[in-house]
Ligand binder design. Structure first.
Ligand SMILES: Nc1nc2c(c(=O)[nH]1)N[C@H]1C(S)=C(S)[C@@H](COP(=O)(O)OP(=O)(O)OC[C@H]3O[C@@H](n4cnc5c(=O)[nH]c(N)nc54)[C@H](O)[C@@H]3O)O[C@H]1N2
Ligand SMILES: Nc1nc2c(c(=O)[nH]1)N[C@H]1C(S)=C(S)[C@@H](COP(=O)(O)OP(=O)(O)OC[C@H]3O[C@@H](n4cnc5c(=O)[nH]c(N)nc54)[C@H](O)[C@@H]3O)O[C@H]1N2
Ligand code: SF4
Ligand SMILES: [Mo]
Length: 888
C-alpha cells in the first residue's frame, strides 16, 4: 500500500471490516474502510470510523506491575510462572485457570489453549465467549455435529426474507445492516425483527414481533409445526440428510396457536402472518444474536431455529440459512482454536480419545486435558470458594461484564494470585490484580481474526508498541518457557503460531472435520504478512471452492445426518413477582464497545449517550412514578444501580432496558451486571443476561449538577455521578441528596482545581430558586463550569462542554453563566450522527427551518445519517416528532 498505509481489520464487532490505517505524526491515525475487504467493501460504522481517536496513550498500561509497583518483565514473568508451577505442584492442575476473550487474536488464543490443555493438563480455560456465543456453539453441535455457521454475508443480500431474532443489527453489526438495508432497497427484501424492544433495526422491518422476553422457543416451535401442517417440508432433504424430526415435531406441537400467543405476548394474527411469510418464502435467512444466546434456554432457542431451516432444507444454499452472527472480532477464531473449557482445539473434542491422541502427539505434549474445565460462571464460583488459586485474566473485564458482578469482584479480590493483562491501567478488573501485564493494543499487534462468515483476515501493526507493552501471545509463551515448556513455546513471531495451528487443522482430518485450513500451513513469513482474507472451507486464499456448508447434507455427525432436536418450551428461569415486577433486559448501544475502555476515549462516541440510562414504557413509568429525564434506582436482592430514565414506548411494558456498558470508572452506581442473575443454560453454560426480575423507583436526590472540567471532578462520593469525555476535558452529571454547606467551596474544589488562586471563579446564586452557577477562568479561558439546580437542571449541555478551554471575553461571561448560547452561537444538542458529528438541534433546524421532510432530505441538508446510517432510525423519530403539533 502507498503512503505509509496499512491494511488491517477492525477490533470491534464480528462483522470483521477491513480498514486502511495511516499513522499521523500526533500518534493518532487516519482510518478508512478498506474498499477491497469482502466484509465491508470500504464501509465503516461510527465506532470503526472513530478508531483513530481511541489511540492516545492516556490511561494506557505501559509497564508490568507487581502489587501496584513497577516491575521488570523478567521479574513479573518469573513470578507468574513460579506461582503457577507452585500452585499446580501443591494443588493439582485444576487449581489454576485462564479467563480470556474473543478479542484476542487467533495466535494469542492458540498459545494459551496449548499451554493450559497440553502442558498444564487442565481445561480450566474459558472466555467471555461463554457470555456471548456458547449457546450457538452448543446448538450447532447438537444439530450439525460441529460448530459451523453454514452461510455467508452475501446470503443476507440474496435472501427474499431476513428474520432477525434477538439481534439489533443496526447498532451491533452496522455494516452488515447496511448491506441488508441496501439489498432491501434494491430488491425489496422482506425483513422481520423479533425483539421485545422496538430497536433502531426496526427502521427496515416489515414486521416487528415485540415478543415477550424468553419466549422465542414457543414461537419457533409453532413455526415448525406450521411448516409441517402446511406441507412446506422439504421431504427429500429431511429424508436424506436428517433424522429425529418426529421427536422434535412432537415437542414442538405441544402448544396451539392461542397458547403460543399467550406465551409470546403476540396476537395470533401477527404470529400467523409471520408463519405464512416464512413458510411461503424459499430464500430465508434467520440471523440471531444475544436475544437468543444469552438465555437460560439459549441452546434450545438455537435448535428451535435450526429445526425450521432443516425442515425446509433451507440451509447452505445461496440466500438461505440460519446465521448466528458473532459478537467480538475474533469470537469465531477462539472457537476454532478451541479456547473454551469444553473444546479441545481445531474443532476436535475433549471427550474424543482419538482427538486427544492427535493433539497430544502434534503438540508433543506431556499430558492432555481429559475432561471439560469450568465454564465462566462456574469458574468464578470456583475462584470464590477457593478451588482456583491462581487466575490469569486477559483482554476482558469480568468485574463489569459477568453476571452477579459484585460477587465476581469479591471472588477475584479474595483469590490468592491474580494476573491481569490489559491495554489500560485502570479498569474495574485491573484494580484487583497482583500482577499487571501491559498488552500491545490494536494497531500495535499482529495476527489473524475470523469473522462471522468464517473469513480469516490479518490484523496488522501500524504503530510501535508504547512503553513496554507486549503482545498477549508473547506473554503466554514466556510464562510457558519459564514453567519448563520452552521447546513447545519457542515462537518468535505470530506467523509461526498461525502456521502451526493451520497445520494442526489438517492432521488426520481427511474430511472428518469441517475446519481444515492446512493449505495455509506452509505460509512463509512474507506470505503471512501479505495474506488476503480467505474463508474456510477454502484451505487458503486461492482455491475456488464452495463457501457454504450443508446444502447437500454431509453433516459432521457419525452418520453424516443432521439432528432435529426436541425443544420443549420453558420461559425465563426467574419470573417476575410482586416485589420484583419488571424484567431487566440489557444490551448494547450504538457508539460504545462493552466496558468502554476504548470507545469512551472518543468525544464523538460519548456524545450520543453520555450517561447510563434505563428505558421504561410510559405505563410502567406512570405506575412507578418515574419521570422522563429523572434519575431512577433499579434494584433486586443482588444490588442497586442508578441511572437516567428514558420514558419511551419503544420499550415493551413490563420490562426495562439498561445498556451493559457503564463501569465504576465512569459512573458510581451503574454496573448493571451487579443486578443480573447468574442463571445459566444447562447445556451451554451461557447466563441469562437479558431477563432478571427487578424493581424500579425514583431516585430521590434533590440537587442536580452538571460540571465541565479539565480533569474528572472529585465527586464520586456523591449520591450519583457519571462522567464522559468532552473536548479538552470531561462533562459530568452529579446528584446530591442534601445541600452542601457551601456551594462555592464545592465549586472551587470540583471545577477550579481547589487551592489554585490564579483561577478566577465567577458565581451566580439564586438561593430561593435553588440555582447556583459557576464559571472558572484561567486568564480569558474557561477551565471549568458548574450548573446546579434544585429539581430539574436545564442548560445547553453540549454547548457548555464545547466552551471548555475557549477564550470567553468578559462581555460573554454572563451569557455563559446563563447556560445558553446567545447571538449566532447555537447549542447543537446531543450528538445524533456520530460519524459526521451532527447534533439533534441541527437536525431539528434542518426540518423546521429548511423544510427537510425525509431522512434523505435531512442528510442532504446537514449530512446526518449519510455515512454508516446507524442513526437513521433516530433521525426518523425526530422527523416524526417534529410533524406532530406541539401538545397544548
Ligand atoms: N455498538 C456495539 N456493537 C457491538 C458490541 C458493542 O458492545 N457495541 N458488541 C459486540 C458483541 S460482543 C456482541 S455479542 C454483539 C451483540 O449484538 P446483539 O445481540 O444484536 O446486541 P444486544 O443489544 O446485546 O441484544 C440484541 C437484542 O436482543 C433483544 N432481546 C432481549 N431478550 C430477548 C428475547 O428473549 N428474545 C428476543 N428475540 N430478543 C431479545 C434485546 O432487546 C436486544 O435489542 O454486538 C457486537 N457489536
Ligand atoms: N448484562 C450484560 N452483560 C454482558 C452482556 C450483555 O449483553 N448484558 N454481553 C456479554 C458479551 S456478549 C460480551 S462479549 C462481554 C464483553 O465483556 P468484556 O470482555 O468484559 O468487555 P471489554 O470491554 O471488551 O473488555 C476487554 C478488556 O480488554 C482490554 N483490551 C483491549 N484490547 C486488548 C488487547 O489487545 N490485549 C489485552 N490483553 N487486553 C485488551 C480492554 O481494555 C478491556 O479492559 O460482556 C458480556 N456481558
Ligand atoms: S461494523 Fe463492526 S467491524 Fe465494521 S467498522 Fe463497525 S464495529 Fe468495526
Ligand atoms: Mo459478545
Amino acid at each position: 500500500m502507498s503512503g505509509g498505509a496499512t491494511r488491517t481489520t477492525c477490533p470491534y464487532c464480528g462483522v470483521g471490516c477491513g480498514i486502511v490505517a495511516r499513522p499521523l505524526p500526533d500518534g493518532t491515525a487516519e482510518i478508512a474502510g478498506d474498499p477491497e475487504h469482502p466484509a465491508n467493501f470500504g464501509r465503516l460504522c461510527s465506532k470503526g470510523a472513530a478508531l483513530g481517536e481511541t489511540l492516545s496513550l492516556e490511561g494506557r498500561l505501559l509497564h508490568p506491575h507487581i502489587h501496584s509497583a513497577l516491575a521488570s518483565w523478567d521479574k513479573a514473568l518469573d513470578l507468574v510462572a513460579r506461582k503457577f508451577s507452585d500452585t499446580i505442584a501443591e494443588h493439582g492442575p485444576d487449581s489454576v485457570a485462564f479467563y480470556l476473550s474473543g478479542q484476542l487474536l487467533t495466535e494469542d488464543y492458540y498459545v494459551a489453549n496449548k499451554l493450559m490443555k497440553g502442558f498444564i493438563g487442565s481445561a480450566n480455560i474459558d472466555t467471555n465467549s461463554r457470555l456471548c456465543m456458547a449457546s450457538s456453539v452448543a446448538g450447532h453441535k447438537r444439530a450439525f455435529g460441529t460448530d459451523t455457521v453454514p452461510g455467508t454475508y452475501e446470503d443476507l443480500e440474496l435472501a427474499e426474507l431476513v428474520v432477525l431474532v434477538g439481534s439489533n443489527l443496526a447498532w451491533c453489526h452496522p455494516v452488515l445492516y447496511q448491506r441488508l438495508a441496501t439489498a432491501r432497497e434494491t430488491r425489496g427484501t422482506k425483513v422481520v425483527v423479533i425483539d421485545p424492544r422496538e430497536t433502531a433495526t426496526c427502521e427496515i422491518a416489515d414486521l416487528h414481533l415485540a415478543i415477550a422476553p424468553g419466549a422465542d422457543v414457543a414461537l419457533f416451535n409453532g413455526l415448525l409445526a406450521h411448516l409441517v401442517a402446511s406441507g412446506r417440508l422439504d421431504q427429500t432433504y429431511v429424508a436424506q440428510h436428517t433424522r429425529d424430526l418426529p421427536a422434535a415435531l412432537s415437542a414442538a406441537s405441544s402448544m396451539d396457536l392461542s397458547e403460543i400467543a399467550v406465551a409470546t405476548a403476540l396476537s395470533t394474527s401477527v404470529i400467523a402472518d409471520f408463519y405464512e411469510l416464512f413458510a411461503g418464502t424459499e430464500r430465508v435467512v434467520t440471523v440471531y444474536s444475544q436475544g437468543v444466546n444469552q438465555s437460560s434456554a439459549g441452546t434450545d432457542k438455537v435448535n428451535a431455529i435450526l429445526n425450521c431451516h432443516l425442515a425446509t432444507g433451507r440451509i447452505g444454499r445461496s440466500g438461505m440459512g440460519p446465521f448466528s452472527v458473532t459478537g467480538q472480532p475474533n469470537a469465531m477464531g477462539g472457537r476454532e482454536v478451541g479456547g473454551l473449557a469444553n473444546m479441545l482445539t481445531a474443532h476436535m473434542e475433549l471427550d474424543n480419545a482419538e482427538h486427544r491422541r492427535i493433539v497430544r502427539a502434534f503438540w508433543n505434549a506431556p499430558t492432555i486435558a481429559a475432561k471439560p474445565g469450568l465454564k465462566a460462571v462456574d469458574l468464578f464460583r470456583a475462584v470464590e470458594d477457593g478451588r482456583i488459586k491462581a487466575l490469569w485474566i486477559m483482554a476482558t473485564n469480568p468485574v463489569v461484564s459477568l453476571p452477579e458482578a459484585d460477587r465476581v469482584r469479591a471472588a477475584i479480590a479474595a483469590c490468592p494470585f491474580v494476573i491481569v493483562s490489559d491495554v489500560n491501567h485502570h479498569t474495574d478488573t485491573t484494580a484487583l490484580a497482583h500482577v499487571l501485564l501491559p498488552a500491545a493494543a490494536w494497531g500495535e499487534k499482529d495476527g489473524t481474526i475470523t469473522n462471522s462468515e468464517r473469513r480469516i483476515s490479518r490484523q496488522r501493526a501500524f504503530l510501535p508498541s508504547p512503553g513496554e507493552a507486549r503482545p498477549d501471545w508473547w506473554q503466554m509463551a514466556e510464562v510457558a518457557k519459564r514453567m519448563g515448556f520452552g521447546a513447545a513455546f519457542s515462537y518468535t513471531h505470530p506467523a509461526e503460531i498461525f502456521a502451526e495451528y493451520a497445520r494442526l487443522t489438517g492432521i488426520e482430518n481427511d474430511g472428518t472435520r469441517d475446519l481444515d485450513i492446512s493449505g495455509a500451513a506452509e505460509l512463509s513469513r512474507g506470505a503471512y504478512d501479505a495474506l488476503v482474507p480467505f474463508q474456510w472451507p477454502r484451505r487458503t486464499g486461492s482455491e475456488p471452492k464452495e463457501t457454504r456448508f450443508f446444502a447437500n447434507g454431509a453433516f459432521y455427525t457419525p452418520d453424516r445426518r443432521a439432528r432435529f432436536v426436541p425443544t420443549p418450551f420453558r420461559g425465563l428461569a426467574q419470573r417476575r413477582t410482586a416485589e420484583m415486577p419488571l424484567t431487566l433486559n440489557t444490551g448494547r448501544i450504538r457508539d460504545q464497545w462493552h466496558t468502554m475502555t476504548r470507545t469512551a476515549k472518543s468525544v464523538r462516541l460519548m456524545a450520543h449517550a453520555p450517561e447510563p440510562f434505563v428505558e421504561i414504557h410510559p405505563v410502567d413509568a406512570a405506575a412507578f412514578g418515574i419521570a422522563d429525564g429523572a434519575l431512577a434506582e433499579i434494584e433486586n436482592l443482588s444490588g442497586a444501580i442508578v441511572c437516567r430514565a428514558v420514558v419511551t414506548d419503544r420499550q415493551s411494558a413490563g420490562s426495562l432496558f439498561v445498556p451493559m456498558h457503564w463501569t465504576s470508572e465512569l459512573a458510581n452506581r451503574a454496573r448493571v451486571d451487579t443486578l443480573v442473575a447468574a442463571v445459566t443454560d444447562p447445556i451451554s453454560g451461557q447466563p441469562e443476561l437479558k431477563g432478571t426480575p427487578v424493581a424500579i423507583k425514583p431516585f430521590e436526590a434533590a440537587w442536580q449538577a452538571y460540571a465541565v472540567t479539565r480533569r474528572v471532578p472529585d465527586a464520586r462520593g456523591s449520591a450519583y455521578f457519571a462522567t464522559a469525555a468532552a473536548s479538552h476535558g470531561f462533562r459530568t452529571e452529579i446528584a446530591l441528596r442534601d445541600e452542601p454547606e457551601s456551594w462555592d467551596e464545592l465549586a472551587r474544589q470540583w471545577i477550579a482545581d481547589g487551592e489554585d488562586k490564579s483561577i478566577e471563579l465567577l458565581a451566580y446564586h439564586d438561593g430561593t430558586a435553588g440555582q447556583y452557577r459557576f464559571a472558572a477562568f484561567s486568564g480569558d479561558r474557561l477551565v471549568g463550569a458548574l450548573f446546579v439546580a434544585r429539581g430539574t437542571l436545564a442548560c445547553a449541555r453540549t454547548w457548555i462542554a464545547a466552551q471548555l478551554l475557549q477564550s470567553v471575553p468578559p462581555s460573554a461571561r454572563l451569557r455563559l453563566l446563563a447556560g445558553r448560547p446567545g447571538g449566532e452561537a447555537k447549542d447543537r444538542g446531543p450528538i445524533v450522527c456520530a460519524c459526521l458529528d451532527v447534533g439533534r438541534n441541527e437536525i431539528i433546524e434542518a426540518i423546521t427551518e429548511h423544510g427537510a421532510a425525509t431522512v434523505a432530505a435531512v442528510g442532504a441538508c446537514v449530512k446526518a445519517g449519510t455515512n454508516c446510517g446507524s442513526c437513521r432510525a433516530e433521525i426518523k423519530r425526530i422527523l416524526d416528532a417534529a410533524r406532530i403539533p406541539e401538545a397544548v
